[in-house]
Design a protein around this ligand. Structure first.
Ligand code: DMJ
Length: 469
């Protein structure tokens, strides 16, 4: 064979391998009903494990069958985070029981210093979404009580929130924060403002988002860490991964949920800069642009310095996998599809996705898998916006891998290492709040939740605009 023929042959094999990776079973049709039932069965398995071993506590450690409370005393993290999933998956009786337990036992009058961001997205978001589903005013009262206790976080010289606040005393701590924690608050606080008629919640969280955006660099990027007292960046690495990810998510989603024009402007300005400086597009992506059809997954988003735009690393990971869904929500289906294919390649490299993956070397850089939902979320959103059965096949493959590698006798356990598949002794509340919810919604009947009528907070709690303005 001459060199030219060899090259052609090699290229053809390479493309064929990529296709094989990208589209494992798109030819075979997926039985949605059967898949939805399987997801429900596995959700119940995990929920029952939590109930049996840790009822009334925060989280289950599924290998030792022991429990963890985040702050030494329970704030019912798993029940609150899971409540709307219980309703959506059709476990109404279970949900009603959990709801009664929550309203009777949950008190925020506790001398504990909590991480504002996590409490907002899991607990405040969970209470608000479940309130909207049930109309139970006691859930709204709990949300309002929690919101008031969290408000002191915004009392910094810049209006950017401190990381932590004591729920009883209001004492704040943690001056060095990040855009995800300063900018992922408005869906929850804004909704609380609309539902209680207390605009202070909206105003404080909106200011935090704007102050984050205002500190973008001259080329329009944000960094990883910022001091909320000085407003100065302490880490200038820019990306769409941990510590920044949901800042971008809330710019777009707050524009949609609240019709907030400033959020829309900030989003449109920011997303252009993200594409310019963070995207790495390979030859397959170029082909997508030319033909507008098939993708083989060669679009990635890496890291760059926020001031120079210089590439600092070519890593992505499980957290970054929310981004195809966000692009789809923005109507950018070409990029969304291409990036989703890339993320699925990352998943398939080890039959489950790692926390950090180098898309240039194709090597795992941090092999943990804490049962994250983001790739499932994007699969669901892409399916909703394209109706391409390829995403059902993708979701089916992921669900089968998820069950195969992470199921335990009582629930689900994260992986220490996706290469060895060794398990780790933890099941985050987001497994029931998000991972199972998105798996279910992917296969569930359309009427279960009309995606165009809600906005998911970053913890998969659906929020409906039930207010006028
Ligand atoms: C969740 O708590 C939220 O989705 C958050 O935005 C990111 N981390 C976890 C899930 O991976």
């Amino acid at each position: 064979m001459n060199d030219c023929k060899k090259l052609l042959c090699f290229s053809a094999i390479f493309v064929a391998i990529q296709f094989a990776f990208t589209l494992p079973s798109s030819a075979q049709s997926v039985d949605k009903k059967q898949m939805a039932e399987k997801v429900k069965t596995e959700f119940l398995h995990a929920w029952n494990g939590y109930k049996q071993h840790c009822w009334g506590r925060d989280d289950l450690k599924p290998l030792t069958k022991t429990c963890r409370d985040w702050y030494g005393t329970p704030i019912l993290m798993t029940p609150v985070d899971s409540l709307d999933s219980l309703y959506l998956l059709g476990f109404e009786k279970e949900a009603d029981r959990a709801r009664e337990y929550i309203v009777k036992n949950l008190s925020f009058d506790k001398d504990i210093s909590v991480q504002n961001f996590e409490i907002v997205i899991r607990v405040l978001g969970g209470l608000l979404s479940s309130y909207q589903m049930t109309g139970d005013k006691r859930l709204l009262a709990l949300a309002d009580n929690l919101g008031t206790r969290l408000l002191p976080v915004f009392d910094s010289p810049t209006g950017l929130p401190y990381k932590n606040v004591n729920l009883r005393t209001g004492k704040t701590s943690g001056a060095v924060s990040n855009p995800a924690e300063t900018g992922t608050l408005l869906i929850e606080f804004g909704t609380l403002a609309k539902l209680t008629g207390k605009p202070i919640y909206y105003d404080k969280a909106k200011r935090a988002l704007v102050e984050t955006y205002n500190r973008r660099s001259a080329i329009g990027l944000v960094g990883t860490n910022i001091n909320v007292e000085t407003g100065k960046w302490t880490n200038t690495d820019s990306h769409v991964s941990a510590e920044i990810d949901s800042y971008y998510e809330y710019l777009l989603k707050c524009a949609i949920l609240f019709g907030d024009i400033e959020c829309r402007t900030m989003w449109e300005d920011s997303i252009g800069k993200v594409h310019s400086y963070l995207a790495d597009e390979g030859p397959s992506m170029t082909r997508l642009n030319r033909t507008g059809t098939t993708t083989v997954g060669d679009l990635w988003y890496g890291h760059a310095d926020m001031n120079t735009g210089k590439r600092t690393s070519t890593t992505t990971g499980a957290l970054d996998a929310f981004f195809p869904g966000l692009l789809a929500l923005d109507g950018d289906l070409n990029r969304a599809r291409a990036l989703q294919d890339s993320m699925f390649l990352m998943w398939q490299a080890n039959g489950i996705e790692p926390e950090v993956y180098n898309y240039k070397t194709r090597k795992v850089e941090h092999g943990g898998y804490p049962l994250r939902p983001e790739i499932v979320e994007s699969t669901y959103i892409l399916y909703q916006y394209t109706k391409d059965p390829k995403y059902l096949a993708m979701g089916k493959q992921m669900f089968e891998d998820f069950v195969k590698h992470c199921r335990t006798d009582v629930a689900y356990a994260g992986l220490k290492n996706v290469e060895t598949k060794e398990k780790t002794d933890y099941m985050h509340s987001f497994v029931l709040a998000e991972t199972f919810k998105y798996f279910y919604l992917l296969f569930a009947p359309e009427k279960t939740l009309e995606i165009r009528k809600i906005v998911f907070n970053t913890e998969a709690h659906p929020i409906r605009r039930t207010w006028k303005n």
